[in-house]
Design a protein. Sequence first.
Length: 86
Amino acid sequence: MFDEDELVGVSRDLGIPIDVLMNPYVERAQSVLGVDAIGFGFEIGPVSSLEDQVLREAGVRRVFLREEGGGKWYAKDLGPMVGHYT
């Protein structure tokens, strides 16, 4: 879990978008067996499926998914990253 205020502060101080700051963590998580999706946003709630609308309602704004059958990873933007920092 990341501290939202700290992450926003680092993003502002360095001038690097939050999704770029998260890339090393996403890359590491993608190498863990059994992980087929990684999502982030602010105020994320529980999800019941990986359907776009369910993810949006849970607060996920960017999701990385593994293709079916354990294939390559791809990213999907589900909406703008919103939070008190905007």
